[in-house]
Every structure is written in C-alpha cells, then in structure tokens.
Design a protein around this ligand. Sequence first.
Ligand code: NAI
Ligand code: MG
Length: 349
Amino acid sequence: MTTTHDLAVIPGDGIGLEVTPAALEVAQAAGRRHGFGFRFTEYDWSCERYRREGAMMPPDGLERLRGHDAIFLGAVGAPGVADHVSLWGLLIPIRRAFRQYVNLRPVRLFEGIDSPVRADIDLVVVRENTEGEYSEIGGRMNRGFPEEMAVQEAVFTRAGVTRVLDYAFTLAGRRGGYLTSATKSNGIVHTLPFWDELVEERAAVHPGVRWDQEHIDALCAKLVLQPSRFDVIVGSNLFGDILSDLAAAVAGSIGIAPSANLNPEREFPSMFEPVHGSAPDIAGQGVANPIGAIWSAALMLEHLGHAAAAEEVVAAIAAVLAKGDVRTRDLGGTAGTRDFTAAVLALLA
Ligand code: NAI
Ligand code: MG
C-alpha cells in the first residue's frame, strides 16, 4: 500500500516558478524509491495575483490550505509590489494561522563549494517564527510633520519563547548536544533578559545539552570566523532571520539554503520553502539554483515521516556538488536549473 501525501503547492513569483517544479520532481522520485506518492494542489497565489485581483490570496485562502498535509512554497515578491505586501499578505498569515512557530534552517558547507570561509560547517538555526520583533503592535503618528514618529513593540511571551526553546534543546540533544542562544540582553533591557531567563529555565529541563549564549553582534562575527564550533543556534524572529542568511552566505550561496516552517504538534500543515526570494534579476532565464528548494523538499519528506528518503535527497545534492561538473551560475558553473535537477534525479532513479 502506498501512502499518498496531499500537498498544497504555491510556486509564487519569479524563480519560485522555476525551482518549485524541480523540488517536486525530486520529492516524487524519492517517493518512488520508498513507496509513497503525492497529490499536488497548485495555488497561483503571488504578486501576479495581487496585481490582477488586489490580494495575494483569496479571503478563504487559509481555510483552503488547512486540510493539506503540508505546504510547499517557492518564493513571492515582484518589482512594483511592496515587499511588506507580499510578506504580510501571504507568508506571515500562513506562519501565524498554522502556528508554525519554529523556522528551521539547516546550513552545511558541501564539498565542492567555494565558501568565503574554510571550515567544516554543519549547523541549524532555529528561528522563533510567530512573535518577537515581527509584531503588529505599534503605529505611526504625525505623518509628514517634523515630529513624525514610528513605534513598533517587540512581543516575547513565556509560552512562545518556551516552546521554541524546547524544540531547539530537543533538536540539539538529537544532534551534537550543543546549543547557542542568540541574545542582546546588554542593550535590550526588557525582552532579552526575559529570553535569557527562559533559556536557563529550559536548559534545566534538558540536562543532556551543553549550552551557551552570545550577543548577536559577537555571534555574527564568530559565525564568520569560527563557523565549525556551532551546532544548533536558537534566536528570536529577527535574530534568527539575520543569522540564517549570514550562515547561508558563509556556506556558499543563498541559493542553497532551505527552510521549514514547522507546527511541531502537527495540528496544522507545516510549510517548506527555500530561504531565497523571487530573484527578479535572474527570473525567467532557467539559471536559478534549485538546491534551496530541493533541500526544502527533503525537510518536508523528513517531516512527513520519510527520514531515509530525505537523507537520500540531501546525499544526492552533495554527490552532484562533489563531482563538480554540474553547477549553477551562482556557484561558478554554467548549468541551468534543469541540468542540476536532472543530475540529482539520475542518482535517485
Ligand atoms: P533574493 O533572494 O530574491 O535575491 C538575492 C540575490 O541572490 C539576487 O542577486 C539573486 O539573483 C540571488 N539568488 C537568490 N536565489 C537564487 C538562486 N536560487 N539561484 C541563484 N541566485 C539566487 O532576495 P531579494 O533580491 O532581496 O528579493 C527579491 C524579491 O524576493 C523581493 O520582492 C523580496 O521581498 C522577495 N523575497 C521573498 C522571500 C520569500 O518568498 N520567502 C524571501 C526573500 C525575499
Ligand atoms: Mg530572511
């Protein structure tokens, strides 16, 4: 009997439309080897749709997604549509409505990739994904006057911080047994001392994990200078966002980085998407690196209970990169999206 996973697919804009089919083909190939399949339902929710219909998704969009086993998203964003429209009109509502409070971003330096640093890198950034600095609380006043002002409040709740810390400590326990907390409690005197206290509290519940904390500025420097010392790094919404792009760049290219927006309790679908955006500068040329999307599909396979299949996909990416003859332009090669995908598929035949 084969399991069929019911997947919502949102290719989005720009290179999202090019890397999404690549990732889904690889997921299907892995499924054929391991006895599972997919039913895809595609949604054209995007900046393109926003231009046509005035909204990124229909009013009942979240309701339509709710029943799927998982969501795969390419990227959204287009010149002429403000970035906060695409983010707050689609991605953030999905993350919040489906309580995807963990944003998981693995970073690895693959053999065959030129990195600005020479080191073994194999780490995971766990980003808090539903509160923190990305808050709707605040406002603007006196627009246009010299005394114009803007206030935005960061929101850290005991429940919200505790659950993401518990996820990160548990993950660290399964990996290298070492967790680093990103903080800035010397400068931000209310929310981050609270964060630090909760880290200490949760550490006591996970005695098998060694942990430390670093101020975000020093942590950024160490991530460049000594990336090999890190295993799991946990941070607030903003810190986690910045750290994961930095770590991805250190590991060679933003085109490689994957992410999972997880609802660990599985009450709602989780969402899988490459870290990169819609890359309007290269969209439509067939040259986008599909690794970020393919690796995100591997994270999805793992979440759906197919750890061995997920490992095979990541191993296939690693093998193609190590061989070195098929590489996209961002990695110094000449291959297109299709060429790289075909090389991965050949290993999963
Ligand atoms: P971006 O990630 O789209 O592009 C940054 C640079 O990296 C560009 O030079 C691009 O060509 C290159 N790049 C990105 N992905 C690549 C890939 N797979 N292969 C090869 N090169 C790649 O970020 P940018 O330029 O800041 O944003 C462009 C649009 O994407 C904006 O509208 C932004 O709001 C949106 N965006 C959407 C995200 C999402 O859907 N989750 C995340 C980040 C940005
Ligand atoms: Mg980012």
